[in-house]
Design a protein around this ligand. Structure first.
Ligand code: NAD
Length: 449
């Protein structure tokens, strides 16, 4: 584990800790890691120029408001204690309570979480949600622990965060390595620490809960569904018939698997797929429902017989129409961007394209639907869950679906209009729309005291 307790971890130390870990086959070499947070600061700077953002607002948004690190001991199944390092980065709450996922991953680093928390601020602003931006997590591999250990780690983490989170202050959600079950433990822990009077009001401290524990219909597939709405918006404008087109997806977890399943219902064929265990190719197209069921039981695509194993390098060069990276940041550098043989790249993951990879894609005329809009379906439906919790309501699945479709449509239109008007790409347009909203609030409220 990298020693980042001082909050001074750099991308270089993150790279070193990644390099030392042999359990992740087929990652981009550590020396190719780009400093994710600096890249986000770079986008902020470029978009700030377009919207003429006052310098003080850019300075404030350039850093998170709070960076929390907690170290907490957990008793493991063998009776020994192990110390875990947890993070919560609260970037901005000017538009509403901090909001963002919790990531359990062996490479979770302060630099990446600062980037991811900043992205949440801009994503919520772009989607016009009354929420701010945060991100957190624990640096460990959840696949290496038992279910009981996972529960104790989660409970100790949320207990250690204490009143630094809360339904009116900072609301967590699932991200890589976490799911509805983890959110249920988190909520239960928080509820049991706030006292009896406020117990029910504490439901909204996390979203992405199981439906029976206060979750909403549509949250599990929400991020994938949002990706698909974006693809449909793009296809409609480009007069691009999705039926019969080929798809490649990196990462077959919550986001990637739902994208593949929902697109297959529109006639798009998944021809190559990869995860942390390797990559598979099937020119006839995978049965996405069956693959999803297999991964639910097996934990990965490893051993799935209906595809030919290929290398990570070959995966990026598979002939297809749409590529959806839905795993980690920093997956598409120059080499991957040169290899891609698709027309559209849709960022299901946060930050999958390194800036130099993005430059190659632009040169080659491969369109990018950026993370800020493409994967915003998750936080949008999380917001719907939070609203239902506050109002003690239960919305139907079709109500949630309709609202999400309209929200994605509106955001897409605003992004497109901004890009057209300012002659910029979609990524900067997303930042631009978000910054215009943030800037207006900073101007009205000014700086305390
Ligand atoms: P997940 O844990 O459900 O799935 C992650 C997938 O990525 C798994 O299939 C895993 O095997 C794969 N993976 C991990 N390391 C890999 C590697 N080195 N090479 C190839 N594949 C690898 O996570 P998720 O919730 O689907 O999140 C995926 C991405 O989407 C993340 O960037 C996350 O921040 C983003 N995202 C998720 C949500 C959400 O609601 N879950 C919302 C917005 C954005």
């Amino acid at each position: 584990m990298g020693d980042d307790a001082t909050g001074q971890e750099t991308s270089a130390t993150a790279a070193r800790s990644g390099e030392a870990d042999p359990s992740l086959p087929g990652r981009r070499p550590a020396e190719d890691r780009y400093p994710f947070f600096s890249a986000i600061q770079g986008y902020l700077e470029q978009a700030a120029r377009i919207v003429e953002l006052p310098e003080y607002v850019e300075t404030i948004l350039g850093q998170p408001k709070n960076e929390l690190i907690v170290n907490f001991p957990v008793r493991m199944d063998d009776g020994e204690f192990r110390l875990f390092k947890g993070y919560r980065i609260q970037h901005s709450n000017i538009l509403g309570p901090y909001k963002g996922g919790m990531r359990y991953h062996e490479l979770a680093s302060l630099d990446d979480l600062k980037a991811l928390a900043s992205l949440m601020t801009y994503k919520c602003a772009l989607m016009n949600l009354p929420l701010g931006g945060a991100k957190g997590g624990i640096k460990f591999n959840p696949r290496d622990v038992s279910r009981g250990e996972l529960q104790r780690i989660t409970r100790k983490f949320f207990h250690a965060l204490g009143s630094n989170i809360g339904p009116d202050y900072d609301i967590a959600a699932p991200d890589m390595g976490t799911n509805a079950q983890v959110m249920a433990w988190a909520m239960d822990t928080f509820m049991n620490t706030v006292g009896m009077v406020k117990k029910e009001a504490a439901l909204g401290v996390v979203t992405g809960k199981p439906i029976t524990s206060g979750g909403t219909h549509g949250r599990v597939k929400a991020t994938g569904q949002g990706v698909v709405h974006c693809i449909c918006e793009w296809a409609e404008r480009e007069r691009f018939d999705l039926h019969g087109k080929g798809l490649i997806v990196q990462g077959f977890g919550n986001v990637g698997s739902h994208v593949a399943v929902l697109l297959s219902e529109l006639g798009v064929s998944l021809v190559a797929v990869g995860d942390h265990t390797g990559y598979l190719y099937n020119p006839e197209g995978f049965n996405t429902h069956r693959l999803q069921q297999y991964v639910d039981g097996n934990g990965s695509i490893e051993g799935y017989s209906n595809g030919e194993p290929i290398s990570r390098e070959d995966f990026w060069g598979v002939d297809a129409d749409i590529c959806v990276p839905a795993a980690l940041e920093n997956q598409i550098g120059q080499q991957e961007a040169k290899a891609l043989r698709v027309r559209l790249l849709v960022e299901g993951a946060n930050g999958p394209c390194a800036p130099e990879g993005e430059a190659v894609l632009q040169e080659r005329g491969i369109e990018i639907l950026p993370d800020l809009i493409a994967n915003a379906g998750g936080v949008t439906v999380s917001y719907y869950e939070w609203v239902q919790n506050r109002r003690s309501e239960k919305w139907t699945a079709s109500e949630v679906d309709d609202r999400l479709r309209r929200a994605m449509h509106d955001a897409y239109e605003q992004m497109e209009e901004f890009a057209h008007h300012n002659k910029c790409d979609f990524r900067l347009a997303c930042y631009g729309v978000a910054l215009e909203r943030l800037m207006a609030v900073f101007a009205e409220r000014e700086i305390f005291p």
